[in-house]
Write a protein that binds this ligand. Structure first.
Ligand code: DON
Length: 574
């Protein structure tokens, strides 16, 4: 992550490239059609989802097939060794599946501290001690069992085939593997290096990469469901690799993991209905609070690309992230969603906002011990996919290993990376996590607990029209997903343009307003600084993937131009 850059750098952008608050280049239209749509972080995964839709699968079948394909072709974040959330609207009914990792049975609140109580560097990030109990094997199966239409083995097959037959290594994976910090991580584990850095280098660009261990695991998964992964040889391989590198994860942890169906959070804003993820995601609370405050304060009436609008958005984000500090696993959270989303609370928070001046984050907090956070360090990766089928069913699914390639340990005999999701807990009092987030007691490590997440799958609808979207990018997931939503719901941008437009981010601590290059016209940036914002030009962003069902049933899909994803449709418009 960059150091704070003076606004003057933003001023160096040639004026001709800057439309006020917008991108220079015009967006291309998103592909549109009638037979369903998929948007994901990788073209091969999108193709797998589209093949399932063409073969008679519904949105859930396609979403699970896409997620499993990502586990093969996008090992940075796609996974069997991680977890995630799925938000579903089937036949108009909403459901939310929480397949977030849990802390292993032997996890303890002080497991990342030394004898003096000081955080041990990288202990919650590198190696299997950083791994939570994977939720994906049971979660993806449960999702498909409940809502899918196709036989389970058919849904697994595209991913199994990609693992067995191989796929061509693309630029994104190749360059990711070659980046120094990632090479360093993977070279710590001979098991990982053997597959991902043969001879110390990434597999050649365009070479075919086969993953026989993963193909065998997916074969077991197809035949036996999650039992094929969380028990027997695969689970034993996970325990063995974890023990060998100082982890506490056991086969018994894997076998005991259960995904949880949860009540989605719902809201109404700007004439749209919205559904989002409840705890252990903080995304739904941030979304509900943000949209609630913006509506209350008349944000949509302010001119687009104005300092007034950007100031208000930043202040609302600041307040919502301050409340995030109280959240954790639904079993231990200090404040409930009902409290933080109560109209009276949103009105009180909105009333604290000064429409002309930035309020220092230190004044917004009411909790001792929260201090300015260090910058994000290390590579991060998560992946989101969105699907709509020809019947208008929608899925928004986000899944993660947390850091890029998770904890760095690829398990031989299983064929997947283990996550480093434990870093999403408050691993030491006052210590920022990978995303600079300062978190509270409610999110302390405890056996069996789910760590607080920022992943924010969202579904929005009005009459026949609907969107499913979400993104990757740690703490920037909620803010950037909300920015895209506002472009769509308030400003009626075309789908691709809504994703292309540069975005802002504020997370309370550190107290700074991040702006993508070109997000602010020079005079807007100068006015925001006059109002007391510390601006930082930043290219650290979420990557948002979205699908759209239009009135009448046409659909379209778009992926974030900042990433390597793609959107595609079945039965495209001629
Ligand atoms: O659940 C969370 O909030 C994080 N583990 C997500 C990590 C992430 O998005 C990394 N991607 N850039």
């Amino acid at each position: 992550m960059k150091k704070a850059l003076p606004l003057v750098l933003a001023l160096l952008v040639p004026m001709s490239a800057v439309t006020p608050g917008g991108v220079g280049a015009a967006s291309t239209p998103a592909p549109a059609g009638t037979g369903g749509a998929v948007a994901s972080g990788d073209p091969l995964a999108t193709a797998a989802g589209l093949a399932i839709l063409r073969g008679g699968g519904n949105a859930v079948d396609a979403a699970v097939a896409t997620a499993l394909a990502l586990a093969v072709v996008y090992p940075e974040a796609g996974n069997l060794g991680g977890g995630g959330f799925a938000l579903v609207r089937m036949g108009g009914e909403l459901s939310a599946l929480d397949f977030r990792e849990t802390a292993p049975a032997r996890a303890r609140p002080d497991m990342y501290l030394d004898a003096q109580g000081k955080p041990v560097e990288n202990a919650s990030l590198v190696g299997p001690l950083a791994a939570g109990v994977p939720g994906s094997p049971a979660g993806l199966w449960e999702l498909q069992r409940r809502f899918g239409r196709l036989p389970w083995p058919k849904v697994v097959e595209p991913a199994r085939r990609l693992a067995a037959d191989g796929f061509r290594v693309g630029r994104y994976l190749h360059d990711g593997l070659g980046r120094e910090e990632n090479r360093k991580l993977l070279l710590r584990f001979p098991e990982s290096a053997r597959v991902w850095l043969p001879n110390g280098e990434p597999p050649a660009l365009g070479s075919v990469l086969r993953q026989p261990d993963l193909a065998a695991t997916l074969g077991r998964y197809a035949e036996h469901g999650p039992q094929g992964v969380v028990t027997g040889a695969v689970a034993a391989a996970v325990e063995k690799a974890s023990r060998a590198h100082g982890g506490v994860l056991t086969a018994a942890d894997l076998a005991a993991y259960k995904p949880a169906w949860r009540q989605p959070l719902t809201a109404e804003a700007f004439g749209w209905k919205l559904a989002s993820m409840p705890l252990p995601s903080s995304g739904g609370v941030i979304l509900g609070q943000t949209l609630g405050m913006l509506e209350k304060l008349g944000w949509e009436k302010l001119p687009r690309f104005s300092a007034d609008r950007d100031h208000l958005l930043a202040e609302v984000f600041r307040h919502a992230f301050a409340d995030r500090f109280l959240l954790g696993d639904p079993a231990t959270t200090k404040a409930t969603e009902a409290q933080l989303l109560a109209p009276a609370w949103i009105a009180r928070r909105a009333a604290e906002i000064d429409l002309r001046h930035a309020t220092a984050s230190a004044q917004v907090q009411s909790w001792p011990g929260a201090t300015a956070a260090a910058a994000v360090s290390g590579s991060t990766e998560t992946t989101h996919l969105s699907v709509v089928d020809r019947d208008g069913n929608l899925v928004a699914l986000t899944t993660t290993l947390n850091g890029l390639f998770g904890c760095g340990l690829w398990v031989p005999g299983a064929g997947f990376f283990l996550n480093n999701e434990m870093d999403d807990f408050a691993t030491a009092p006052g210590r920022p996590n990978l995303f600079g987030l300062i978190q509270g007691e409610a999110n302390a490590v405890g056996p069996g607990k789910r760590m607080l997440s920022s992943m924010s799958p969202v579904i929005a609808w009005k009459g026949e029209e609907a969107y499913a979207l979400g993104g990757r990018g740690g703490s920037r997931i909620p803010t950037h997903t909300i920015a895209v939503l506002l472009n769509l719901l308030v400003d009626h941008d075309p789908l691709q343009a809504a994703l292309d437009r540069p975005r802002l981010h504020h997370q309370w601590l550190p107290d700074r307003l991040e702006a993508e290059p070109d997000a602010l016209a020079p005079e807007t940036g100068a006015e925001l600084e006059r109002r007391g914002h510390t601006l930082q030009v930043s290219t650290t962003t979420a990557k948002v993937h979205a699908v759209h069902r239009l009135p009448g049933g046409r659909v379209e899909a778009a992926s974030d131009p900042r990433g390597s994803g793609s959107g595609g449709v079945v039965d495209p418009d001629p």
